[in-house]
Design a protein around this ligand. Structure first.
Ligand SMILES: Nc1nc2c(ncn2[C@@H]2O[C@H](COP(=O)(O)OP(=O)(O)OP(=O)(O)O)[C@@H](O)[C@H]2O)c(=O)[nH]1
Ligand SMILES: [Mg+2]
Length: 319
């Protein structure tokens, strides 16, 4: 199937074509790029929601509960789950599958798992593309589950409009770790596993952190307590997300915010392409090995070696 075929089939609701196109986007093929470009004008209808947080806080359980609540409200849901790369999480992945099976039996849910490893140049490149495909395919809600991991996470957050940051009680140092990027990426805070001791302490810590936000911020992230395993709090969470979406639509700065978001997307995509080009070239020509050797022997310094690599890339671009 070529790009034109795929594009029209996706718009016609063909799930197999959608799955195929996602694989193209994952593999960064020409066809994938053409489908993305062709479908982009059709995006912008979905509510796009990121669910992120440390390993094991209950993101997948929460995502399925969230999806079920959205279905109960008559909305169709596309879910992208980025498998954690940690080998300790195999059990959780299996658990995800079982939980998700019930949901996907319903034609109003499309589920896709993606590997986070081996995406040369950055996860955000792929996730942004896949979120856009699901949006264009007509899903009312697009849910993206990713494990929080520093810079990558900040970039992945630009793939969706509303980022839900999930934490759990007794993950006290978690709250500290989140501090840095917290304000920028999260629009809704969730304390999952609120059935466990310490949920109130975690809520206090989060509230204290949020109060550090600059005065006059238009949107203060609400804190929602959930017990995903029991389905508790799902309605409150969907309400909070809907409120954020409404805020974005009605904000005086809606246009500015949208431009800021796509600006971050463009930079993330350019960075990923540049990274891939540099690596591909460096490895093909054996340049990287040569430079590494020189730096290891202290015949040159890393900064100069990086400049040499970039100069070689530019030479290739020009020639
Ligand atoms: N006590 C309690 N346990 C929960 C709750 N929600 C999820 N869990 C459990 O927490 C564990 C991890 O849940 P997952 O949904 O797989 O967590 P995750 O964040 O997706 O994990 P990774 O994808 O591996 O990062 C499972 O054993 C769940 O049953 C909750 O509300 N309360
Ligand atoms: Mg998970």
């Amino acid at each position: 199937m070529d790009a034109t075929d795929l594009t029209s089939r996706i718009l016609g609701g063909d799930r197999r074509a959608l799955a195929l196109a996602i694989t193209h986007v994952e593999n960064n093929t020409e066809t994938g790029r053409a489908v993305q470009a062709g479908l982009y004008p059709r995006t912008g209808q979905a509510q796009t929601i990121g669910v992120t947080g440390s390993a094991g806080v209950g993101k997948s359980t929460l995502a399925s509960v969230l999806a079920a609540e959205q279905r109960a409200r008559g909305r169709t849901v596309g879910i992208v789950a980025v498998d954690p790369s940690s080998p300790f999480s195999q059990g959780a992945i299996l658990g995800d599958r079982i939980r998700m099976q019930a949901l996907t039996a319903d034609g109003g849910v499309f589920l896709r798992s993606m590997a986070s490893r081996g995406s040369l140049g950055g996860l955000s490149e792929t996730t942004t593309g896949v979120v856009d495909l699901l949006d264009a395919a007509g899903y009312d809600i697009v849910l993206l589950e990713t494990v929080g991991a520093g810079q990558d996470e900040v970039e992945v957050a630009t793939a969706t409009q509303t980022t839900v940051l999930v934490t759990a009680p007794a993950a006290g140092d978690d709250v500290q770790v989140m501090k840095a990027g917290l304000m920028e990426i999260a629009q809704v805070m969730v304390i999952n596993k609120s059935d466990l001791a310490g949920a109130d302490t975690t809520a206090q810590q989060l509230r204290a952190l949020l109060s550090l936000a600059p005065a006059g911020r238009a949107w203060i992230p609400p804190i929602v307590k959930t017990v995903a395993r029991a389905g508790d709090g799902a309605a409150n969470l969907v309400d909070a997300i809907d409120q954020h979406q409404q805020h974005m639509r009605e904000s005086d700065h809606a246009g500015d915010e949208r431009r800021a978001l796509v600006r971050s997307q463009i930079i993330a995509l350019a960075r990923a392409s540049l990274y891939r080009e540099a690596l591909t070239m460096a490895e093909r020509e054996g340049i990287l090995d040569g430079l590494a050797e020189q730096v290891a022997e202290r015949r040159t310094d890393p900064r100069t070696a990086a400049d040499t690599l970039l100069a070689a890339m530019r030479g290739e671009g020009a020639g």
